[in-house]
Design a protein around this ligand. Structure first.
Ligand code: NAD
Length: 268
């Protein structure tokens, strides 16, 4: 689709704001408008001046109805409850939706999947090229290495992050489980404290660190007697997620109904 209109829900958030700023400068798409949660300071302000530039004549709304009716694609980096609501609105209006929000529970994912029967929805816990390649490498390593290689997933994020482990760490655990042909839920060791006993063979362990302004560090460690393989990714700036999200939103414009992932966008 030429020059699609792309809207941003949650435009005052760390990610939403950067995505709106990038959309504003792109020549191959248009910024269709933006929303924030009711009561947010940004509501009612002109979107252009809010972003630090010239007025665009588009007021930041707290009701997303008009945005979903006007946009070809909406980008959501908000919170799980809002993301599910936005998926339902997207399905009603036939507007495509990119969900970057993490912390989605199985019930949320089921609702998003149902909405994707009626419109194109792309759900990605991480929109960077490097992490999506890492997911493929982790699946491959887990498929090749025997169960005697203990798998541990380690992540660190900034102090404001509200969900744990990160959506990307969960996706890495899922990729490892897929490679091994097991169900993550049955083998995950989510946390360890006190007299835990010895590590169970076949477990996929998780460790979470929070602090400072870390944009996102992830490692997957395959540890055996005598050697350790580590696959990792460090995001030094959120710009990498923003770039990936805008590329994915552009790609999603005009796609038929269905649930897509970054693998589809990147051809991995
Ligand atoms: P943030 O808290 O800075 O921003 C979220 C924004 O959404 C806030 O401004 C909030 O007011 C707004 N919001 C909440 N409910 C809303 C609603 N109903 N309507 C409109 N706006 C609403 O958080 P952030 O750091 O920007 O992250 C947002 C989400 O994106 C988190 O789940 C985070 O984990 C995820 N994330 C994903 C990626 C990725 O690559 N997929 C990268 C970074 C962050």
């Amino acid at each position: 689709m030429d020059n699609p209109a792309i809207g941003v829900v949650g435009c005052a958030g760390r990610m939403g704001r950067m995505i709106a700023e990038m959309l504003r400068t792109r020549a191959d798409c248009r910024l269709a408008g933006a929303t924030e949660r009711p009561g947010a300071e940004a509501v009612g302000q002109d979107l252009g001046t809010f972003l630090g530039g010239d007025a665009l004549g588009l007021a930041i709304a707290d009701d997303p109805g008009a945005l979903f009716a006007a946009a070809d694609v909406v980008v959501d980096f908000t919170a799980p409850v809002a993301a599910v609501w936005h998926a339902e609105l997207a399905a009603q209006q036939g507007c495509a939706l990119l969900i970057g929000t993490t912390g989605l529970q199985p019930d949320d994912l089921a609702k998003i999947s149902t909405a994707a029967e009626r419109t194109a929805i792309l759900q990605a816990a991480n929109t960077s090229l490097g992490v999506n390649l890492l997911l493929a490498l982790v699946e491959q390593a887990a498929a090749k290495l025997p169960e005697s290689y203990d798998i541990e997933v380690l992540e660190m994020h900034h102090r404001h992050k509200v969900d744990a482990p990160s959506g990307t760490a969960l996706a890495l655990g899922e990729a490892a489980a897929r490679g091994r042909g097991i169900a993550l839920e049955e083998q995950a060791a989510w946390a360890r404290h006190g007299q835990t006993g010895a590590r169970c063979i076949g477990d996929i362990g998780f460790a979470v660190l929070r602090g400072g302004d870390v944009a996102g560090d992830h490692s997957v460690i395959f540890a055996a007697e005598g050697e350790r393989l580590e696959l990792g990714h460090r995001a030094s700036s959120r710009a990498v997620f923003v770039e990936g999200a805008v590329t994915a939103a552009r790609w999603l414009a005009g796609k038929p109904a269905g649930l897509y992932s970054m693998r589809d966008v990147l051809g991995l």
